[in-house]
Design a protein around this ligand. Structure first.
Ligand code: ARG
Length: 595
């Protein structure tokens, strides 16, 4: 379906050309004076110069041309030369009827040429617990992926595990201290290794921090860990076998954690998967003259003439020949192009990694790892801070683990839901349902609290505010959906049926306002996709929920006596619910039946 703003612009443009003016003056925008009109066109002001006429005269002519046009209830020229527009009620209703008939998409067409886009998010590090820093990547990445899928593109999520660093050597060394008898450490052993891992996830989670602490205090220990990392990376059999145990145990646990966040990945690749691609890639960069030795390291220059500040060369290999984070990211681009030939790759990390991605992207483009038109985009997000404005910590000052954070919010949400239940005498909700609902609402609170901010901004994680049923919060949005569901249930429980009925022209100003919001859904979604901006979906559903709630408070829906009008209301509610649900779907959470 065409976007309503495009349809309006086309109509106004025609009026301009009919009056002898250039089509470029017909552009219509949303009104910035909603008290006066719904849409506006400022083209007459711009045209005045070219046609040497008073803007008001031009606006008058165009308004005259539009009078009687079925699309508008009002097309008015206002001094000094604005064109103020209001849509005709039945035109708007007709647009919503078509939207409703377009089940599942509600006016968002499918692209003629769907794009394949890899979204690199999550970025968990194996054997290290997930902390709140990983939360943003998971939440924002999942939403960007879902927005793309909704718009009809082929989005592929890759968790890109950190499974190739010093943490592996640290775990190996610590394990060796504790259980030196394990066959993995016997270099002369050439049999098969056990299938069962020599540790559980809780042991693994304890081993890493212990080893990390020791390595900071004990130089010999640190050297041993570096040595082990090096041997692992050069293919020592026993260590490789340990690596795959660490991976298996860790990934099983990570999947559970991501599941709880309603986040899932198509690909569970990691830094280690890129390693086989490094030697050929490096050779090619050398052969083609891009890579050269500088201070012992192999580098590729990525500075561009237009740069205001210095962009240091991208380091491909360290002086000891070891690969780095940038090497891995470049080699990852190689296999992604080989296996998926994507039209683009989007990366979600903390914005402090911005320079890294500038270097990697420029290097990839310069050395021909990607095509000229392959989109490479880094979305750097800000820090999640506590109420004190400092990075979020546990009460005793440690790094907050994701599970604890979610537990805390679940608890808070359960408290609020139980209070609400008592207040509304909804006492038939079982403890089990309350718990399940609390979990759903808590997830919405966390995700909405994060996604409603522009990603690049730091934000304050405020449990009280995020879990509130009022204001710009996830629970408020869910509450609105639950309210609609409850009206629809009541209506149907009376044995009534609205099948076959359609949305009629608005019966009131608040209803028209709700309809106008609904009609903007496809344009909003397209824009959120193009700009990889879930916060646009949030601000849209906040407006939509407000428009619905005003309509709800001013309208007697269940006691409406005219059956046709009531059916039209029910159809409108159904569409509102569908659109809200499509939106929270792409944000990555769901609404309960009641709360
Ligand atoms: N593991 C990294 C971290 O914890 C994030 C990885 C992001 N993805 C990438 N391709 N570099 O910071």
């Amino acid at each position: 379906m065409e976007k309503i703003l495009d349809l309006i612009t086309a109509e106004v443009t025609r009026a301009f050309t009919d009056c002898g003016y250039d089509e470029k003056y017909g552009k219509v925008t949303l009104s910035n004076r909603p008290d006066l009109c719904e849409y506006q066109c400022n083209g007459a002001l711009a045209a005045a110069k070219e046609y040497k006429k008073a803007p008001f005269m031009i606006a008058d002519e165009v308004a005259e041309k539009l009078s009687g046009n079925a699309m508008f209830a009002m097309a008015e020229s206002v001094k000094p030369g604005f064109l103020n527009l209001k849509l005709a009620e039945d035109y708007l209703a007709d647009y919503l009827v078509k939207m409703q008939a377009d089940e599942g998409r509600y006016g968002c067409g499918k692209p003629e040429q769907p794009k394949t886009i890899i979204v690199d998010y999550g970025g968990a590090n194996v054997a290290k617990p997930l902390h709140v820093g990983h939360l943003r990547s998971a939440i924002i990445g999942e939403s960007i992926k879902r927005i793309g899928n909704f718009m009809g593109h082929r989005m592929i999520g890759d968790v890109h595990l950190g499974d190739w660093g010093l943490q592996m050597g640290l775990i190996i060394v610590e394990l060796k201290e504790r259980k030196p008898e394990l066959v993995y450490f016997d270099e002369s052993y050439d049999g098969e290794y056990p299938k069962e891992a020599p540790f559980t996830i809780s042991e693994l989670e304890e081993i890493y921090p212990t080893a990390s602490k020791k390595s900071k205090e004990d130089e010999a220990y640190r050297d041993a860990a570096m040595q082990a990392t090096n041997e692992l990376q050069h293919g020592r059999r026993g260590y490789q076998a340990l690596l795959s145990h660490i991976l298996n145990v860790s990934v099983t646990d990570l999947k559970k954690n991501y599941d709880n966040l309603n986040v899932s990945f198509e690909l569970w690749k990691g830094e280690s998967d890129a390693q086989p691609y490094i030697p050929d890639m490096v050779q090619k960069m050398k052969d083609e003259g891009f890579a050269y030795m500088s201070d012992g390291a192999l580098v590729v220059d990525v500075q561009e003439e237009t740069d205001a500040k210095e962009i240091p060369p991208c380091i491909i290999l360290k002086s000891d020949g070891a690969s780095l984070y940038s090497t891995t990211d470049l080699a990852t681009i190689v296999w992604r192009m080989e296996d998926y030939a994507p039209d683009g790759m989007i990366y979600l990390t903390d914005k402090r990694q911005e320079l890294h991605f500038i270097q990697v992207f420029r290097c990839a483009r310069k050395t021909g790892l990607v095509h000229e038109n392959t989109m490479l985009k880094h979305i750097g997000f800000g820090t999640m801070n506590g109420k004190d404005g400092k990075p979020f910590k546990t009460r005793d000052g440690g790094v907050m683990r994701l599970e604890y954070l979610l537990d805390e919010i679940n608890e808070e949400m359960l408290k609020k839901i139980t209070e609400n239940q008592k207040a509304k005498e909804n006492l038939d909700i079982s403890a089990e349902e309350a718990q399940k609902t609390a979990k759903m609402v808590a997830l919405a609170a966390v995700k909405y609290g994060d996604l409603s901010n522009q990603a690049s901004k730091d934000y304050i994680f405020d449990i009280d505010r995020f879990t509130s049923f009022e204001g710009n919060t996830g629970p408020y949005i869910l509450y609105t959906i639950v309210r609609i569901k409850s009206i629809l249930n009541k209506y149907h429980a009376l044995g009534k049926d609205e099948t076959g009925a359609v949305i009629e022209s608005a019966h009131s100003a608040s209803e028209k306002n709700l309809m106008l919001e609904l009609s903007r859904f496809n344009a909003m979604m397209e824009n959120a996709f193009e700009e990889s901006a879930p916060h646009k979906v949030c601000s849209y559903i906040y407006d939509l929920a407000n428009a619905f709630n005003s309509f709800y408070h001013e309208t007697k829906i269940m006691s409406e006596e005219n059956e046709t009008v009531q059916k039209s209301y029910i159809r409108l509610l159904t569409l509102t619910k569908s659109v809200l649900e499509a939106c929270i779907g792409v944000l990555g959470f769901e609404a309960p039946e009641r709360m």
